[in-house]
Design a protein around this ligand. Structure first.
Ligand code: ADP
Length: 248
């Protein structure tokens, strides 16, 4: 089994890529869906939220009133931290459960919008980042999701920037604006990623077989190699239980 962390800024195209990977055969774990599931009606998660935030965050139907909860935690770091302290461990536990239930040869793709912001990237053997220019993301959010432009910009501003996400990316999938009527190159990129990288990586992991080392000098610029070394170091540190580690 291979766990892949899939992320990107809002409107970049994560869900689009996730859907295609699902069609190709991935097991998809969607963090947004899990975040709703763990506080659905009747769950211990919802009970914990009520205990902390009071009955005002419940609708007449006994569901979580998200806008009401949003108003309580908006601009209140303590309240938001308290909410995250309830929701995040439940999501993490559910995610681990779903990954454990996947077949031994599965490629489990976890669609995690805030993968970089929450420092979760080193926990994944492979991180895929979908990238699109900010203006194009705003346009998609406004035209295709009906968001107000100022709300879309506020959402973008609250997330990590492209540089930060790129530093965490083992694979970068560009998904820029294209001229009207131009063919979409993204499906072919995703298909290549699946066949040429994810399936072989999964098979190697399961067989505990190291991939052959490429002949010659390592690919990429010095900066790219440095970033790759940083990601590797962070993964080793995570696997070693966050003990202080020095790799010279
Ligand atoms: P995210 O999950 O990263 O927020 P989505 O995958 O939902 O982003 O994409 C945002 C919007 O842009 C959606 O309406 C989606 O259909 C559209 N979109 C994304 N990528 C493409 C693409 N390559 N071609 C056409 N529409 C796209």
């Amino acid at each position: 089994m291979l766990r892949v962390g899939l992320t990107g800024g809002i409107g970049a195209g994560k869900s689009t890529v996730a859907r295609q990977l699902l069609e190709l055969g991935a097991v998809l774990v969607d963090a947004d869906v899990l975040a709703r599931e763990v506080v659905a009606r009747g769950t211990p998660g919802l009970a914990a939220v009520l205990e902390r935030f009071g009955p005002g965050v419940l609708t007449a139907d006994g569901e979580l009133d998200r806008p009401a909860l949003g108003r309580l935690v908006f601009g209140d770091d303590g309240a938001r931290a308290a909410l995250n302290a309830i929701v995040h461990p439940l999501v993490a536990a559910r995610r681990a459960e779903l990954a454990a239930a996947a077949p031994a040869d599965a490629v489990v793709v976890e669609d995690v919008p805030l993968l970089v912001e929450t420092g979760a990237a080193p926990g994944y053997p492979l991180v895929v980042v979908v990238e699109a220019p900010e203006e194009e993301r705003v346009r998609r959010l406004v035209q295709e999701r009906g968001m107000r432009a100022q709300d879309a910009r506020a959402r973008l501003a609250a997330q990590a920037g492209d540089e930060q996400r790129r530093a965490a990316a083992d694979v970068l999938l560009p998904n820029p604006r294209r001229p009207r009527g131009a063919p979409d190159p993204l499906p072919a990129l995703v298909a290549r990623l699946w066949h040429e990288r994810l399936l072989p990586f999964e098979a190697n992991l399961r067989a505990r077989r190291p991939a052959p080392r490429p002949a010659g000098a390592p690919a990429g610029s010095t900066g790219q190699r440095g970033a790759a070394a940083d990601r590797l170091r962070a993964r080793v540190a995570r696997a070693a239980g966050e003990r202080a580690l020095s790799v010279e």
